[in-house]
Design a protein around this ligand. Sequence first.
Ligand SMILES: [Zn+2]
Length: 284
Amino acid sequence: MSIKLKTLTALILIAAVIMMSACTETTRRTETNVSESIKIPVIMYHGLTESEKLRNTYMIPPSLFENDLKYLQEQGYTTIFVSELVDHFKKGKKLPEKPVILSFDDGYLNNYTYAFPLLKKYKSKAVISPIGLAADQAEDEKYRSPKWSQCKWGELREMYYSGLVEIENHTYSLHKNDSYVQGAAKRADESDEDYEKRLRADLKQSNDRITKLIGRKPCAFVYPFGAKSKNTESIVRSMGFSAIMDCENKMNIISSEEDLFHLHRFLRDDKKTLEEIIVIENQN
Ligand SMILES: [Zn+2]
């Protein structure tokens, strides 16, 4: 082999080694992106009302919600859907630098009246989890009242098609909280088998309505009142849900798909500013 050829071979070998190490570096970096833990606040809203009389822990003025949207934008947060968080951990899809999830429970008509125009104004996203039965009943005029009614399917669909709202599962008819029934939790008088059958049937009914009337199968389940029993999570998971939202007032540090089944949410009442909720609660 001539000296020139030897030099050329050596150069090719060096180039190959550099390329291989560059590839390894790229692979490592991509993996790190997905395996890095994500800090993400999830804010829990219910209804919005202009009426002082109707105002309570679960019914806050639209102006407070607008302040929240402004505050989040000023602080560099980007609103995302639960499905985007799921896709990040399952498919490696990129997330914005400071993600936040805004979730609305129960599917109140006032979400459509007040929250939806503000979401459009601030180009922000929200997750709405309606009670299936209430959305069915809202089709009947006798259940229509701006004060307490829930959204009809058409209104939920319109919000979903705007690209700013995702619809998730909050049970079909288990949204009750009394001495006999506490949301999706097991009743005292039923066996494990009967409970599983009842929960599965209800969640399936809600999923079927949402899939048929909205056009997308929910990826998340939201516990009504945060109520659950020892088997609830495993039943929900076995039905193919990729995420579960609860009512624990905590920040989320998510490192894996497993953590998606325990997404905690800060209750947004009218007692504090969102800054106090996110920053101060986070320090406790
Ligand atoms: Zn609820």
